[in-house]
Design a protein around this ligand. Structure first.
Ligand code: ADE
Ligand code: ZN
Length: 341
């Protein structure tokens, strides 16, 4: 990619629709919080922790990711983690972001869900004044039971009321294989009845059947990842026909060995088939890059054209959970930038 194209992409106004806020915790901050909170980590140093980031699959990552999140105890910790992500997002010209958080990772350690959401919300509220709008999506850990998810949802009800402008949806993450979307049908029914937005990780390591379940049982508004959909031609056709957004995270897929080489990534084939593909970072502190790095690596590996990148950026704004006026304004800003740059 030449430097002009790279610069055009770097400075483009963009969304980020698939970022786990706990996955933005950099090793340096993990150690600083561990020291402040008196938490002992199973790693001797920042370098030793970083050296452990040699993942073989999703589970090998999740084990370390949950260990990293164990340093988060106070509202200030959640604030600082989120404020650090906000700085990186602004550097990458993100103008709208939708963050996932995993309350069960924290409530299981005795941290209240209010502490988690209050800290994240305070940092996102500060970011509004700096040109970054945002939404927050509560994710259920799929390796736990649906009863645990239902209890978490009930505990979060006051927060959905307190922060209706921010906390607008629920999602499903963690270990995919063996935990199909249908396991969470009841809790998604409750969330849908409340008018919340619905998303689910599906087709990351799991088969196309899990994507069908996310669509037909959970009735999601977006699919997170969805890259294995390519194995089912009828599914790809449906995703394209319904313009069902896919929040794709190329460096994550590479680091978790969904693909051995980024050149094998299915993003371009999905895009060419008409799917509403977006590019995101997933867990940027663990996978070697924030959203712009994901764009650069993907453009290089798959030879995305100027029109391809514009389409991906536009898809992000179209898939964002915002009102029509904000969406139209953001798309107009992107288009003006793209055609002038
Ligand atoms: N939690 C954080 N990152 C995740 C991913 N890529 N897949 C599933 N759960 C996650
Ligand atoms: Zn994810």
């Amino acid at each position: 990619m030449n430097t002009t194209f790279k610069d055009k992409i770097a400075r483009a106004p963009k969304t980020e629709l698939h970022i786990h806020i706990e996955g933005s915790l950099e090793p340096g901050l993990i150690f600083a919080l561990a020291q402040r909170n008196g938490v002992t980590l199973p790693y001797a140093s920042v370098d030793a922790l970083h050296a452990a980031y040699a993942f073989t699959d999703l589970q090998s990552f999740l084990d370390i990711y949950y260990a990293g999140a164990s340093v988060l105890l106070t509202e200030e910790d959640f604030y600082e983690m989120t404020a650090a992500y906000v700085e990186r997002a602004l550097e990458d010209h993100v103008v709208h972001t939708e963050l996932f958080f995993d309350p069960q990772t924290h409530t299981a350690r005795g941290v209240s869900i209010e502490t988690v959401v209050d800290g994240i919300e305070r940092a996102l509220d500060d970011a509004e004044g700096r040109g970054l709008s945002s939404r927050l999506i509560l994710c259920f850990l799929r390796h736990l039971s649906e009863d645990d998810a239902l209890a978490t949802f009930d505990a979060a009800l006051p927060l959905f009321k307190r922060y209706p402008h921010r906390l607008i949806g629920v999602g499903l993450d963690s270990s995919e294989l063996g935990h199909p979307p249908s396991k969470f049908a009841r809790v998604f029914d409750k969330a849908r009845a409340m008018g919340l937005k619905l998303v689910a990780h599906a087709g990351e390591e799991g088969p196309p059947a899990y994507v069908y379940e996310a669509l037909d049982v959970l009735k999601v508004d977006r699919i997170d990842h969805g890259v294995r959909s390519i194995e089912d031609a009828a599914l790809v056709e449906r995703l394209a026909r319904e313009r069902m957004p896919l929040t794709v995270c190329p460096l994550s897929n590479l680091k978790l060995r969904v693909f051995d080489d980024l050149k094998q990534h299915t993003l371009k084939r999905l895009l060419d088939a008409g799917a509403a593909v977006t590019i995101n970072s997933d867990d940027p502190a663990y996978f070697g890059g924030y959203v712009n790095d994901n764009f650069f690596a993907t453009v290089d590996a798959l030879g995305l054209s100027d029109a391809d990148v514009h389409a991906v950026l536009r898809n992000g704004f179209e898939a964002a959970f915002v009102g029509a006026a904000q969406r139209d304004a953001m798309i107009a800003r992107l288009d003006a930038y793209w055609h002038a740059a």
